[in-house]
Write a protein that binds this ligand. Sequence first.
Ligand code: ADP
Length: 244
Amino acid sequence: MGVKKTDIVLLDDKGIRCDGRKIDEPRRIMIKAGVLKNANGSAYIEFGENKILAGVFGPRDVHPKHLANTDRGILRCRYHMQPFSVGERKNPAPSRREIEISKVIKEALEPAVMLEGFPRTVVDVFIEILQADGGSRCAALDAAAVALADAGIPMRDMVSACAAGKVADTIVLDINNEEDQEGQADMPVAYMPNLGKVTLIQLDGVLTPQEYEKCANTAIEGCKLVYEVQKKALQEKFFGDTQE
Ligand code: ADP
């Protein structure tokens, strides 16, 4: 949770957060599907100040071949931060954090992706973090799930992700970077909105059992809001403008 700075008010006496949001208000979310002509599927997301691109290839032959599964296709994910994505230049080589996030994103998407119909193949998901501002794994997951759908990969459900957390002893939706650094807890959640199943839950910080439940439910409500934006992005890609 980082070193405490004293000059930042995470929640003022009117219940307004450091970036002007209410406790249950997500940041602005914009998703565009099908932004790359050379990938089989793609999506770009802006989630607050996060700016992330996801590209999907496959199903295609697995290389190296020994990784192939004769019963079903496999999913591979790479979450990668550009050197300019954070305040101080990040080394472009994969860090432990990026390797961990790649793994949790793959595991959060796997329950939704129907790879049993594609034995001996791989679906690759490449995620580039162009700008990070807290909650980048959730935003990356949101873009990756839309990119998979854009690629026409059969899915049981969408995967929608959003974090909740605790700042100034209060459970709030969608933690930003300052809240992540200075707050008390950060809980990223991924959720299949139609099946009502959680595919990822992590917790950085300490919560009471009651706070844990409230935080998880708050994050799930956030996932449902994200789902609407994901659906709209796919509708716009496949059926044109969906302005009502
Ligand atoms: P998430 O982005 O999913 O919340 P973390 O909690 O690990 O993941 O990171 C929180 C935020 O910290 C990131 O979104 C990013 O803004 C910042 N951050 C992560 N890695 C670095 C880094 N190497 N240098 C500077 N800031 C970083």
